[in-house]
Unconditional design. Sequence first.
Length: 117
Amino acid sequence: VQLQASGGGLVQPGGSLRLSCVASGSIFSINGMGWYRQTPGKQRELVAAITKIGSTMYADSVKGRFTISRDNAKNTVYLQMNGLKAEDTAVYLCNAGPLWTPPYDYWGQGTQVTVSS
């Protein structure tokens, strides 16, 4: 399974971004898909995850601001990020695999999100 993430960038505090991650390869094996984020010197943190049937989970720090969604026909998971804060700055990593709960087996490359004025 290969995961290709996109959509990162530089945004001002309070702004929005939408990340996308497309899965290819042995996609029949994928159940869960999600996003982690990582900053230098800190442990990788789960941001949000979603199963094939639409069950979701979120980190407390992003509840009410971020929304994860999924298009199974396009093998794509999205992360809509609203109300971005400086502390959301990180490399966001796409994650997917056959399990129901993260972390999953497969990782994509990161996409940088920078929140700064």
